[in-house]
Design a protein around this ligand. Structure first.
Ligand code: ATP
Length: 137
C-alpha cells in the first residue's frame, strides 16, 4: 500500500465535477486519507510547477492553477502513484484513453481537470505541502 497526491483543478471545480471525479477515484479502489477545498496563491502555483518555468505555457499554467478553488487530496492504494497516472489518462485529453478521468472531464491540454503525482517522492512532498500530519488519516 502507498499514497499519491491529487488536485482537482480549477476548471473541474468550476464546472461542477468534484463529486464525479471523487466517485471515479473511490470506485477505482482508492481510500481518501486527506481532503480539502482550497486555493493556490500565485507563489504556490509557481513553486508547484517550477519544473516547467522555462516552458512557453508556464505563465498561463500558473494563472490557471491559482485562478480558482481546487480540491487537494491524499489517496491510498497499492501501487498508488503509477495506477493513478493511468486512471487520470494522458495530459492532452485528445489522447486520453476511454474510462480515464481526463477523457471524461478535461477540456484542453492546459485545463485538464486533475493532477497526479509522478513519483512516490513527489507525492510525499506535495501531500505535506497541503496537509498537516494530523490531517493525514
Ligand atoms: P500534472 O502534473 O498536472 O499531473 P502531467 O504530468 O500530465 O500533469 P506535465 O507535463 O507535468 O503533465 O504538465 C503539467 C501541466 O502543465 C499539465 O497538466 C497541463 O495543465 C500543463 N501543460 C502541459 N503541457 C502544456 C501545453 N503544451 N500547453 C498548455 N498547458 C500545458
Amino acid at each position: 500500500t502507498n499514497r499519491t497526491f491529487t488536485m482537482i483543478k480549477p476548471d473541474a471545480v468550476r464546472n461542477g465535477h468534484i463529486g464525479g471525479i471523487l466517485s471515479m477515484i473511490t470506485d477505482a479502489g482508492y481510500k481518501i486519507v486527506s481532503l480539502k477545498l482550497t486555493q493556490l496563491t500565485v507563489t504556490d502555483a509557481q513553486a508547484f510547477y517550477a519544473v516547467h518555468s522555462e516552458r512557453p505555457f508556464y505563465g498561463e499554467l500558473v494563472e490557471f492553477m491559482s485562478g480558482g478553488p481546487i480540491v487537494a487530496a491524499i489517496l491510498e492504494k497499492e501501487n498508488a502513484v503509477e495506477d493513478f497516472r493511468k486512471l487520470i489518462g494522458a495530459t492532452n485529453p485528445a489522447d486520453a484513453a476511454e474510462g480515464t478521468i481526463r477523457k471524461k472531464y478535461a477540456t484542453s491540454m492546459g485545463e485538464n481537470a486533475v493532477h497526479g503525482s509522478d513519483s512516490d517522492e513527489n507525492a510525499a512532498i506535495e501531500g505535506a505541502f497541503h496537509f498537516a500530519g494530523r490531517e493525514q488519516f
